[in-house]
Design a protein around this ligand. Structure first.
Ligand code: NAP
Length: 316
């Protein structure tokens, strides 16, 4: 059984992969090219792909009798894989839910606080030697404690964000999701996205990417937001119409944004870079040693289950 891992991983994950499997670990940190994806499907039994490895319907169509039977995705988000096309080619797909939840919620809170309290802007001023001392009206930001947060996508990560907001910051939580949830903290279900957007101080996105959520946050939703609201996106870049977001920020329709993901990642529009009221992170959601190791181990657990003929742990 030959396994291809499409990126270097943490040392712990690479060591376990080499010990337990006949593993080839690609050295490049960039996404697979179309030729590499074809090789992955024809020369390996299992592939561990990740974000950016665009396994589209065309890639599966180009390989008539794939040797590969499992794509053990490294990451909970799998919108880069056409799961229906994979399934039609006899290839199962797994992901790594749970392992990513707390770290991603932490980054959501980091972006919310950093943007609200103008931390990035302040840091840039200090580093540039431009700080001339405290005064009562210096760099006034948005208060966070007790404010109303709207969470779009009340799944594992959405709930972890909501818990932090409720228990940590005494915030009122409202949310939109495909269905209402039973939660262990108070939260108002607002099924209409624009109504939710219009009623909150912070709108935080935690839905999966893919066709169903593409441009969920579009010009009409941004127009519904009030000029004091901040948008936080830790979901996927394409969930937000980036051009509409830039227009809303430039016109002052919304107060600012904290972004971990971008519509055409890793391309970040200069217009966003130029705005002080926007916090820009390079997709840091799960970027800690422990979490990336847990994600890798879960992906490898799926590989081990597949090879042993056992049920997959986290199929999608
Ligand atoms: P999850 O548990 O499946 O939760 C997703 C939630 O989104 C569910 O509550 C679902 O609603 C809701 N949803 C799905 N489609 C929707 C739609 N069209 N409109 C409104 N709500 C919708 O997934 P998760 O583990 O929380 O992860 C969420 C996403 O975060 C991932 O798919 C990934 O793209 C992203 N993520 C980003 C990072 C990062 O590094 N920035 C890290 C990890 C994950 P129902 O429950 O009602 O069906």
């Amino acid at each position: 059984m030959k396994l291809l891992i499409t990126r270097p991983m943490t040392d712990a994950v690479m060591e376990r992969a080499r010990t337990e499997f006949d593993a080839e670990i690609r050295k490049e940190t960039s996404p697979l090219t179309p030729d590499e994806m074809q090789r992955a499907l024809t020369e390996f039994d299992v592939v561990m792909p990740t974000l950016g490895d665009l396994f589209s319907a065309q890639v599966f169509a180009d390989v008539s009798d794939p040797r590969c039977k499992l794509l053990a995705n490294f990451g909970v988000g799998y919108n880069h894989i056409d799961v229906d096309a994979a399934s039609a080619s006899g290839i199962a797909v797994t992901n790594t839910p749970g392992a990513v939840t707390d770290a991603t919620a932490d980054i959501a809170m980091t972006l919310l606080l950093t943007t609200a309290r103008r931390v990035g802007e302040g840091e840039r001023i200090v580093r540039a030697g431009g700080w001339h001392g405290w005064h009562p009206a210096q760099m006034l930001g948005h208060h966070v404690t007790g404010k109303r947060v709207g969470i779009v996508g009340m799944g594992r990560i959405g709930q972890a964000i909501a818990r932090r907001c409720h228990f940590g910051f005494s915030m009122q939580v409202a949310y939109q999701s495909r269905s209402a949830k039973e939660l262990e903290f108070p939260a108002e279900f607002v099924p209409d996205l624009s109504a939710l957007a219009a009623s909150v101080d912070f709108l935080v996105l935690a839905v999966p990417g893919g066709a169903e959520t593409q441009h969920l946050i579009n010009a009409p939703v941004l127009e519904a937001m009030n000029p004091n609201t901040l948008l936080i996106n830790i979901a996927r870049g394409e969930v937000v119409d980036e051009a509409a977001l830039i227009a809303a920020l430039q016109s002052g329709q919304i107060a600012g944004a904290g972004l971990d993901v971008y519509e055409f990642e890793p391309k970040v529009p200069q217009a966003l870079i130029d705005m002080e009221n926007v916090t820009l992170c390079p997709h840091l959601g799960t970027a800690t040693e422990e979490v990336r190791t847990d994600m890798g181990y879960l992906a490898l657990d799926n590989v081990a289950a597949f090879i042993a003929g056992r049920a997959l742990l986290t199929p999608v």
